[in-house]
Design a protein around this ligand. Sequence first.
Ligand code: PMP
Length: 359
Amino acid sequence: MRKHNFSAGPAALPDAVLRQAQEEFRDWNNTGASVMEHSHRGEHFLQVATEAENDLRNLLDISDDYAVLFMHGGATAQFAAIPLNLLGTAKTANYLESGHWSRRAIKEAEIYCQPNIVAQLNNNKQGINLPPIAQWRIDDKAAYFHCVYNETIDGLELESFPDVNMPLLVDCSSNILSRPMPVERFSVIYAGAQKNIGPAGLAVVIIRRDLLDRAHPLTPSILNYGTVATAKSMHNTPPTFAWYLSGLVFKWLLAEGGLLAMQEKNKRNAASLYETIDSVDLYSNNLAKSVRSKMNIPFLLADERLNKPFLEQADENGLLGLKGHRSVGGMRASIYNAVPIESVQVLVAFMRTFAKEHG
Ligand code: PMP
């Protein structure tokens, strides 16, 4: 029996995609072999690769000014690839510190430069928040501006972006494809796959072509955006199965009505969860309402001793992956594209019943 999966990543994948992959697992496209058993340079896989890129371009309306790269090493490899490719001769780069994953990006950047932290979280009457953009201390001489669109652990999603006179880079690992986004606003958009795209290990990088030739000479070729783009993401053997499965997810998204349809569903799911958290005394979410994530919803129980029974009973009710990250505690419901409305309805009903019994 498949459970209602609220895992943060690796996370729920569309059931229809898993079924299709299962059906063609051993004999793909009547080729007598699994997709995993084909050469990445053979005509069969090349078609998968091209279709996946085209479907992603369609979904996000990506123009030809951008290259789309399928890279190894998840989003963490990008934390290094970015300074290696884009720092140039600058001594610093701007980093917004909005939570756990921005701190990880900053720590990696410290190997290559002295990051300029433009702003950090504060906690006031409205809850955890960022200062207004006008107060951010942006260094105009820095090589680029980096931020994390959606902090998967902290549950904070940026409302808007600053106008900067340098490349604007965004880690979209946990909210890419959750709704339409204005690609042209950014110079680089990147995401680890294991939330809204496909299996872990793969990262998708959408990068303005004029930034492809700036890598530091010591950049490992596998992280060199220009090298990877010229080789059409096949400088070495790419993670073919992850690429194929991501392609199936893109086709599923298109068939479901694209990103506007996802936006509608995701909005409904987030609204019903936040409504439950805000209206039931046992639960709380401590982020300012304007920055609450629509993908990762952390919440605390009023009494920590209830965490264990909550998780045990959730499991008995077929609800998976609700334990919060160890750094923030409590619970977290990740409601990516593949989480249907019915799963959130079951979760909300469970939360209300649990609160009545333990409130
Ligand atoms: N950035 C964000 C926003 C993330 O959520 C994650 C993973 N949860 C990462 C970066 C790191 O991704 P990976 O583990 O694929 O390297």
